[in-house]
Design a protein around this ligand. Sequence first.
Ligand SMILES: *[C@@H]1O[C@H](CO)[C@@H](O)[C@H](O)[C@H]1NC(C)=O
Length: 228
Amino acid sequence: MPSTTKMMYFLSSAILSAGGVAILGYGMSANWAQCTMVCAPLQSTQFNGSANIKMGLFNGTEVKVTCPRFGSDDVITVFKRLEEIGGAALALHGLVVGLLALALVGSAGSLLITLYNTVSNPYETYLGPIGLFTCSGLSASLAFLALVLYLINVLVVKVGQEIAQHNAGVTVKDEEVNFLLGFYLLLPYIVVNLLAILFVYLWAHMANTHRRQQEKPTEDAPKDIMMF
Ligand SMILES: *[C@@H]1O[C@H](CO)[C@@H](O)[C@H](O)[C@H]1NC(C)=O
């Protein structure tokens, strides 16, 4: 049976990993960005309409005023619309969702590994600290990559404009982009993964120091002989 100290460290890490699963799971279903644009008929420079796209990773809403019709309000399936558009917008969005799905699997792995370690001692195997470092490290890195790719998709590729213009016979210009809760939740998600690593790292460091101290007399003996 592991010591109480070890249990405390791994349990803390397990709670952080569970928090990560909850944060990312919720974040993936929340709204990620809102793009407000002005809108003009094709081949016109009279931007007197407006379009507003609010989107999560999977669903969204589109509110258009005089763009091209007098007023319209639609529910969007993000992947369906992006599949019609294709290109970089679809590729980046697919990557973001794929990377986050993998990150979620990594967090679930971290949770299982830390729970296993609170009740057992698989120390030197991949189910010990090494497994936790791998899973949580991977989750944090994938989430960071997804964050960067999502920023590129919204700010550089301008996925909001592509969605608003698609098959609408209009030209749009960005007025304002706001990132929403789902996107911002990537930050606490990355932080809890790093903290989960820190707790287990601290424990492994302590355990190592402890072991080295106990081994010291036998280790030092040959050295002393060589010195004299
Ligand atoms: C997408 O669905 C989620 C969960 O059902 C909901 O909370 C969110 O408001 C929806 N997003 C939009 C832009 O309609």
